[in-house]
Design a protein around this ligand. Structure first.
Ligand code: ADP
Ligand code: MG
Length: 673
């Protein structure tokens, strides 16, 4: 067996499991080994029952005290037990596991391990893992159990077993990096890193392993970009776009004046589209900086020059939102062009009609998802393509367009706040424009960091805001253990909140287990104000613009990366009403307060992420993935900024030439347009 062998060759993997793995994108043993854990569970020493802390996952060892109760509620049977040691008694509850009654014999010694929550002032442990008898815990104590990203049908244990088996049967390659690079940057060997990332003996081993693999991931990425850059000379401008007075006239009719930064970027784009070379430009601007209007101006100018313009959004919801607001704008300002929407979910007949209008040139401006660049679509004369929230578009899309024989101008818009030096590494040879200023008329968002005792007050506040006509987001606590539990959690929470807020307020929820169409439907109803309060996990879309939403309440804020909180906060403060952000935190520690207070003092996403990292320290590599935007498998551009810097430096070494590029780099992630 080697890394190219099919996973069927691993003992214990049959046809059914093979198929499930394939759904996760894993076909070969190498794929399996490169599927890194998304976190680890560390089975720490049990703590005394009287010393549990709210919000933490802890193990408690004790004896079952008294009899075990199972509530009669059929829908959600709750099993309650008490675990007692010398320091106190801890209440423990399980959901839908009435059979535990038989295991939990009064007086027997057990270990329970789960999250401590506060229910009506009482600390209890919810839905823990049970070790009975207590000795069973010893086997796991102080080990780091990998937690893999899973798809439905496959359990963490299945993946653990497969990886363990593969590692025992396989003679791992010793090294994939040139020695000189490995020595210079003090990186551990490949085989050590692979073992260490799956089954680290301790935290130190994990840190070494991860550092090495992240380095390699970044290095391959940087090399891939460089390669593309070498291939691409400047493409000459086959779609010259002249300045049009009509666009200037449109600008004067808008209800607001462009900010200085918007004006500067718009000028850069104009200059570029009329210049000697095809545009390939990244526009970076924090959430709410007003990227959309700049895109509209560029599209208008292209269209007034007789070209077609296209704008791609990563999701249907965003595409529809752009379509509606642009069509409305064109109506209002008497702009004589035809706007077309094209998304994957449209009916076959609707699509066919849209294709016809696009091909004949009747459609001037086409807005949609990546359906825009599918084979079936042919354009009459496409002059400009804009992609919004670029991270999910890449080289392949550009190639798809080139295959259609077109060299349109390309504009990519991103809200990922990264410093210039980093952007140059990540975006290769794209030109960079930055909108580094927010519109002036904004009321700054009022932030507060509060503890759970404030929850009722927060609900009253939400109710008041809704009664004034506003809308609210509530981000639910994360459930790290499983997506299914998380979905359940969000559903329960929104039912509870609906009851709390009373009749006449429509509360809905959104989570990762839902089908895309269902999510889209809910987001649309929220955008139309048919739903006033949206309870969600962090799946809520980047870039969504509901200016009427004024409250963002985040439960368990301490468990999020600050950069992510910053993105969430960006969902409010987009309209003319005062907006509020409520960070609810169960943890009362000084560190938490300090971390969250960084958000109050800055609006610069990268600054926030790097301050966060400083406070948490580099030892804390487990918790929080910051960016979520530029998707590397293991690396994180914020957390691992230093490694990225090193990798890009290493790419300059002559030894780097030996490294085969493109073997493992995910092309979707390479942004050379
Ligand atoms: P983002 O950069 O996050 O995509 P949007 O383009 O969605 O931001 O803009 C957010 C809101 O700000 C929109 O409602 C938009 O109409 C408004 N806006 C954009 N530019 C200005 C400006 N110069 N002055 C006032 N409001 C603006
Ligand atoms: Mg946007």
């Amino acid at each position: 067996m080697n890394e190219d062998s099919k996973i069927r060759e691993i003992k214990g993997i049959g046809e059914k499991t093979e198929k499930l793995f394939r759904n996760m994108g894993i076909e070969t043993v190498g794929d399996l080994l490169r599927c890194c854990p998304r976190g680890y569970d560390i089975y720490e020493d049990p703590v005394p029952a009287g010393e549990v802390l709210e919000g933490k996952v802890m193990a408690v060892k004790g004896s079952v005290w008294g009899s075990v109760q199972v509530s009669p509620n059929r829908k959600m049977q709750v099993t309650t037990a008490f675990i007692k040691d010398l320091t106190g008694t801890l209440k423990v509850v399980w959901f839908r596991m009435p059979f535990l009654r038989n295991t939990l014999k009064s007086g027997s010694s057990v270990v329970v391990r789960g999250r401590i929550v506060n229910r009506k002032g009482v600390l209890l442990m919810e839905h823990p893992e049970l070790f009975a008898p207590a000795e069973k815990y010893e086997e796991k104590r102080n080990t780091m159990q990998p937690l893999y990203p899973l798809t439905a049908g496959i359990s963490n244990q299945t993946v653990i077993k497969a990886v363990r088996e593969a590692l025992s049967q396989l003679n791992l390659k010793k090294e994939t990096l040139p020695d000189a690079i490995r020595k210079k940057y003090h990186l551990c060997e490949y085989n050590y890193a692979i073992r260490g990332i799956h089954f680290p003996a301790n935290k130190e081993m994990f840190i070494l392993a991860r550092e090495r693999l992240v380095f390699e991931e970044f290095l391959e990425f940087v090399l891939a970009i460089r390669k593309l850059k070498e291939k691409k000379e400047h493409t000459s401008n086959t779609c010259p776009v002249k300045r049009k007075e009509e666009v200037d006239a449109f600008l004067t009719k808008l209800p607001f004046e462009l900010t200085g930064a918007q004006k500067k970027v718009w000028e850069e784009i104009r200059e570029n589209m009329g210049g000697p070379y095809a545009m390939s430009r990244l526009v970076q601007g924090d959430v709410g900086s007003g990227k959309t209007i700049v895109a509209v101006l560029a599209l208008l100018e292209a269209v007034y020059n007789g070209y077609q313009g296209a704008m791609m959004a990563p999701t249907e919801v965003l595409a529809k939102q752009h379509y509606e607001s642009i069509a409305q704008m064109f109506g209002k300002y008497d702009i004589p062009f035809q706007v077309e929407l094209l998304t994957g979910s449209m009916k076959a007949k609707e699509k066919r009609e849209a294709y016809e209008r696009i091909e004949s040139g009747k459609a001037d401006l086409i807005i949609g998802t990546h359906a825009l660049i599918q084979e079936k679509v042919s354009y009459k004369n496409l002059g400009l393509v804009i992609t919004d929230e670029q991270h999910r578009f890449g080289v392949r899309q550009r190639e798809a367009l080139a295959k259609k024989g077109m060299m349109p101008h390309i504009l990519v818009m991103s809200a990922t706040p990264i410093p210039r030096t980093l952007a140059i590494i990540l975006y290769g040879d794209m030109d960079l424009s930055v909108i580094d200023e927010l519109p002036k008329n904004r009321h700054p968002i009022k932030n507060c960091v509060v503890d759970t005792g404030y929850r009722k007050t927060a609900y009253r506040f939400i109710k008041n805001q809704v009664e004034e006509g506003r809308q609210c987001y509530v981000i639910c606590p994360m459930v790290e253990e499983s997506e299914a539990l998380e979905a359940e959690n969000v559903t329960d929470y929104s039912a509870m909140l609906a009851e709390e807020l009373g009749n006449g307020i429509s509360v809905s929820c959104l989570h990762g287990k839902m089908k895309q169409a269902e999510k889209d439907d809910i987001m649309e109803r929220f955008a139309r104000n048919e739903i006033q309060v949206l309870v969600s996990t962090t799946v809520i879309e980047v870039g969504i613009n509901v200016p009427n939403a004024t409250v963002m309440m985040v439960e368990n804020a301490e468990r999020f990366g600050l950069a992510q909180l910053h993105q969430l906060r960006g969902r409010v403060g987009r309209g003319r009403h005062q907006s509020y952000c409520i960070f609810m935190s169960a943890s009362k520690t000084k560190e938490t307060k300090k971390r969250l207070s960084i958000l109050n003092h800055s609006n610069d996403g990268f600054y926030i992420a790097s301050e966060d990292l400083k406070l948490r320290g580099p030892g804390d590599l487990f918790g929080i993935r910051q960016s979520g935007l530029l998707e590397f498998k293991l690396g994180d551009i914020f957390q691992d900024a230093k490694i990225l810097q090193n990798a890009s430096e290493a790419a300059q070494m002559p030894e780097a030439e030996e490294i085969p590029v493109f073997s493992r780099v995910n092309h979707e992630n390479v942004h050379i347009l």
